[in-house]
Ligand binder design. Structure first.
Ligand SMILES: N[C@@H](CCC(=O)N[C@@H](CS)C(=O)NCC(=O)O)C(=O)O
Length: 236
């Protein structure tokens, strides 16, 4: 089987859940970094992007767009969607709420200070953490959607890994969530991935700047010369 290719900025961002799913399903892959507006223009011109957006996952001769579709495709392919419609419903419901929960961690690097990022994440965890804990308790298996590990556990663990980097004590009051996290991160594929060069570091100002430069978008307003990459538009 040929290597899967994941094309995105040189960082975690919206490609990270897919990397965790590739890792846990032991799907060998490479990161294809897009570093410049010219790289992106070339990628767009190639016609490889179904909706003109990154990330792009090339796997099994297919070009996948939308990280939510990527994780579900890899889940079906890897047997991580539970065993019946009820499991699948929980997987979808939980991965949906995890996407909402994870968004706060994704946005933290774009905040004017670490303190503001941590405050947002603490508030978000206060809202969702106890709900996740209750659902794991109700499920009874130690996993959140089904009796066995599913992609919902994997994306939840990925989001928690980001929260823990900012707020190391965040799981202190949610032991079932902490146990789920520990269970996912000791699976062989995730252990290998986290120790590999495929895992990018926590997103920081350099990542935010690199992404804005590639997309020719404004930087967060607190950054100096926030419009430095915005493509010039001709006045009409
Ligand atoms: N919901 C999409 C979001 C994709 C997205 O917004 N990608 C950004 C980069 S992070 C992009 O390609 N922006 C350029 C554009 O939309 O034209 C996903 O999760 O894959």
């Amino acid at each position: 089987m040929s290597l899967a290719k994941l094309t995105y900025f040189r960082g975690r961002g919206r490609a990270e859940t897919t990397r965790w799913m590739l890792a846990v399903t032991r799907t060998a892959f490479v990161n294809i970094p897009i570093d410049t507006p010219e790289d992106l223009a070339e990628l767009r011109a190639s016609g490889a992007l179904p909706f003109d957006q990154m990330p792009l996952l090339e796997v099994d001769g297919r070009n996948l767009s939308q990280s939510s579709a990527m994780i579900r495709y890899l889940a079906r392919r890897g047997g991580l969607y539970g065993s019946d419609d009820t499991d699948a419903m929980w997987c979808d419901m939980i991965s949906g709420v995890v996407a909402d929960f994870a968004e706060t961690a994704l946005q933290a690097a774009f905040k004017p200070s670490v303190e503001l990022g941590v405050a947002d994440m603490t508030a978000r965890f206060a809202k969702f953490g106890p709900r996740f804990e209750a659902r794991i308790r109700e499920q009874g298996s130690g996993y959140i959607a089904a009796d066995t590990m599913t992609f919902a556990d994997v994306v939840l663990a990925e989001a928690l890994s980001a929260y823990l980097e900012w707020c190391p004590e965040i799981l202190a009051q949610t032991p079932l969530l902490e146990a789920l996290y520990s269970r996912v991160i000791i699976t062989p594929g995730i252990v290998a991935y986290l120790a590999s060069d495929l895992r990018y570091p926590k997103s920081d100002d350099d990542y935010v700047i690199a992404a804005a430069r590639v997309l020719q978008r404004a930087l967060p307003a607190h950054m100096p010369d926030a419009n430095r990459f915005v493509a010039e538009r001709t006045a009409c």
